[in-house]
Design a protein around this ligand. Structure first.
Ligand code: SF4
Ligand code: SF4
Length: 306
């Protein structure tokens, strides 16, 4: 079984579905969106991160590195062309400034970690959300995890980019899901390829198929669109997505306001993304733009939360 690296298992989340939830963040995604809110989740392989704010400049890591890859002369501290990802530096760093991003953890160990929170899920109407990265990249592992959660009567949500093999999804994941948060980011396939790395036909097709089944099965399928300045929040894109959803009789969606907090995260993993320098990418979504996008959805009969 192909096992994922897990970035984090976050407890007490109030932002990833109803009630109090635990969120399992996978590492690895088939898309590569230029604004990715979790840039450390893009690559499936482990990475080393450096947080300058936490470093106490003790020099222990520099002595431990066999490749002489660490230096204050480097803007990101780590010279990634020399680094062999041995993680010796992270092992000795006393402050946690250096860290291994992505760890293997078994389904049993995930359950051990989250089951103590089950009473909180039960009293708050919460549960467990699988997020990422992209959990559908690891169908077998995710299927086992969801099955184990349902055996414990735990409410399950999947957050997905929608780019997966539909037959495997319906067979292995769908039966164990209560709710699916399904991203529809860009309606034009050429723009989707430009900004997300792949065309969108497979995503839109998967959404169509799942929407007809989910209604019959009484499962919640919530389309979500991140409002990225001048990329996804344009009238043409939001109008196109609204028309696509209206055709499928979808009446509820989520519009996710943009925030630029990912810039700091991508610095930690040494990514010098050109989009960080774009002026529109450095501030939060303006309320007027969120309102305008909600109005476009409302005119198509779709109630949207932001
Ligand atoms: S992971 Fe290993 S090679 Fe890379 S900087 Fe740390 S000690 Fe050096
Ligand atoms: S060991 Fe950690 S705290 Fe010390 S210099 Fe290296 S990164 Fe900074």
């Amino acid at each position: 079984m192909k096992a994922p690296l897990i970035l984090e298992i976050k407890g007490n989340s109030l932002d990833d579905g109803p009630g109090i939830r635990s969120v399992v963040f996978y590492k690895g995604c088939p898309l590569s969106c230029v604004w990715c809110h979790n840039p450390e989740s893009k690559k499936a392989a482990a990475e080393i991160s450096f947080d300058a704010k936490v470093c106490i400049n003790c020099g222990t890591c520099r002595d431990a590195c066999p490749e002489e890859a660490l230096s204050r002369d480097n803007r990101f501290y780590i010279d990634r062309s020399k680094c062999t990802l041995c993680f010796l530096c992270a092992d000795v760093c006393p402050s946690g400034a250096l860290d291994r991003v992505g760890k293997t953890i078994s389904v049993d160990d995930i359950l051990k970690k989250i089951l103590p929170d089950k009473p909180f899920y039960e009293t708050s109407g919460g549960g467990v959300t699988l997020s990422g990265g992209e959990p559908t990249l690891y169908m077998e592992f995710t299927s086992q995890l969801l099955k184990a959660l349902k055996q414990q009567n735990i409410h399950t949500i999947l957050e997905t980019c929608g780019y997966f093999d539909l037959d495997s999804f319906m067979d292995m994941l769908y039966p164990y899901l209560d709710t699916i948060y399904f991203d529809i980011k860009i309606i034009d396939t050429i723009a989707h390829k430009k900004y997300c790395g792949l065309p969108n036909e497979r995503i839109l097709d998967n959404f169509k198929q799942i929407s007809s089944t989910a209604k019959k099965d009484d499962k919640i399928l919530l389309p979500r669109t991140p409002l990225i300045p001048d990329i996804t929040d344009t009238e043409a894109n939001i109008g196109g997505i609204a028309a696509f959803l209206k055709n499928l009789n979808i009446t509820k969606a989520a519009l996710l306001a943009y925030n630029p907090l990912w810039h700091e995260k991508s610095d930690k993993i040494g990514v010098d993304d050109p989009y960080k320098k774009s002026k529109t990418m450095t501030s939060f979504s303006e309320n007027s733009i969120v309102d305008r996008c909600q109005d476009i959805f409302a005119n198509a009969g779709i109630k949207s939360s932001a």
